[in-house]
Design a binder for this molecule. Structure first.
Ligand code: SAJ
Length: 435
């Protein structure tokens, strides 16, 4: 079976299945299509499927003309029916791994995909899980579901884990030129997974097991979450000491070795960094171990929106103004600059905290026309005008999109709370208070 699959991969007759056509799955599907394979993409969202078959792209890093060319050549097709994967030789699972309301892992997407694949699994199939998840998932959740009947992993079917490393909007690193870690359930699984991925990425990084590969991704993102938590605590300490944390970080960054700058901010947003480490701490709790750094970082990062609101209260207080009834504009609501994604964005927490204290809060974000509020309502992005800035009691810079004209904002606002050091050394009419 292994040689037969290797041959089909080698001569490009292998049919490639991609389960989940989001910011991970669609770019991966396109890479395999460009490498000359026929790719069948499956997604439960019919609108995504329709867009692809209509030669459109909904992922900023995937140009529509690339999708169009592959669809026209018959190299890429999409469907909502997992049954279509019956003819696939390989299936990469790229479905979400969010948290439930109770802040523990929501494995339902992976389980649903694995159960659907179990319905079409056949000898010679390679299954690669890419979704970020806790160590053990591949062998505890995927393998039992797909080894139906007498299919033996490593002999009849092959299973591996390869973490996604997609950084949406990154102008330098995309799917093809980002090294790809791969761990197999058996050496044969690793061998076929490497042979497959070599056609979609320039560098494959084999590791000894699926758990090691699962852990690599969690180390990468826990590294960020903990360092961001640490630097946010540095900001809290510098505030107590009356020291400018931004100046301190800038000077520390002159150290040519042994230091890597992270920057304080209004909190920790995104669908990766705030969430992935909690998959790890959740797993370790089941093993009776408390992942203290993860818990502490999560606590500090989650406290930053309240800290920002505290800065607003103090700044208004200096002007003998109450928070209640004040007019406040939040500048930028995406979870990081120059993108339109608001998932877990601290801006949403800040807006909620201000609104529940009776503030007349509005936001402006050219990337985000409207947001859904916690109470289910919606808020539209307002046009940023000199009049609006002049009438505001406070402007809070939450996301430092590069398109903002900071000098113009400082020349027209009265009070600015800058949580990103966006204004840096600029000066204008406004009184600027940095985080
Ligand atoms: N943030 C800070 N201070 C920092 C860095 C980030 O407050 O010094 C905040 C951001 O504003 C954002 C959150 O943390 O709200 C996450 O930021 P991020 O830069 O980690 O961006 P993400 O969430 O898009 O992370 C992705 C990750 N990529 C993958 O998971 C494949 C991450 O591993 C990348 O390192 C990161 O992009 C990147 O470098 O852009």
């Amino acid at each position: 079976m292994k040689q037969q699959l290797l041959d089909r991969i080698e001569n490009h007759t292998a049919v490639i299945g991609i389960a989940g056509l989001g910011y991970v799955g669609l770019p991966l599907a396109v890479e395999f299509g460009k490498a000359g394979y026929r790719v069948i993409g499956v997604d439960v969202m019919a609108d995504k499927v329709a867009k692809i078959n209509n030669k459109e792209s909904y992922i900023q890093d995937v140009p529509a003309e690339v999708v169009a060319e592959l669809v026209e050549k018959g190299r890429l097709s999409a469907t909502t029916d997992y049954g279509a994967l019956a003819e696939a030789d390989t299936i990469s699972i790229c479905v979400p791994t969010p948290l439930r309301k109770t802040r523990d892992p929501d494995m339902s997407f992976i389980i649903n995909a694995a159960d659907a694949i179990a319905g079409i699994v056949h000898p010679g199939l390679l299954i690669v899980l890419e979704s970020t998840t806790y160590p053990g998932t591949t062998e505890e959740i995927i393998v039992p579901r797909v080894t139906t009947g007498d299919l033996e992993v490593g002999k009849d079917i092959f299973v591996a884990f390869s973490p996604e490393r997609v950084d949406p909007g990154n102008p330098v690193y995309q799917t093809r030129n980002t090294p790809k870690v791969i761990g197999g359930v058996t050496p044969a699984c690793l061998e076929v997974a490497k042979a497959l991925y070599r056609n979609a990425v320039d560098t494959v990084v084999p590791v000894s097991s699926t758990a090691a590969a699962e852990m690599v991704k969690l180390l990468e993102n826990t590294f960020r979450a903990v360092n961001i938590g640490m630097v946010n605590e540095m900001a809290l300490m510098c505030d107590k000491l009356g020291v400018d944390v931004w100046e301190v970080i800038e000077a520390a960054s002159t150290k040519p070795f042994g230091f890597m700058p992270f920057y304080p901010g209004p909190g920790l947003g995104g669908h990766c960094i705030p969430i992935d480490p909690l998959y790890l701490s959740w797993k370790l709790k089941a093993l009776n171990y408390n992942a203290r750094f993860i818990e502490l970082a999560s606590e500090i990062n989650a406290s930053m929106p309240e800290f920002v609101v505290g800065r607003v209260v103090d700044a208004l207080n200096d002007e003998r103004k109450a928070l209640k009834g004040s007019k406040i504009i939040v500048l930028g609501v995406a979870y990081k600059r120059d993108i339109d994604d608001v998932r877990e964005s601290p801006a949403l927490d800040i807006i909620h905290l201000l609104a529940e204290r009776g503030v007349e809060v509005s936001y402006h974000d050219p990337y985000v026309p409207s947001i859904r509020l916690e109470d289910g309502g919606r808020m539209e992005s307002v046009a940023l005008t000199e009049a609006l800035l002049g009438a505001a009691d406070c402007v809070v810079i939450v996301t430092d999109h590069r398109c903002f004209d900071w000098q113009w904002i400082l020349d027209n606002a009265g009070l600015v709370i800058d949580t990103r050091n966006a204004a840096k050394k600029l000066a204008g009419k406004a009184r600027v208070i940095k985080l």
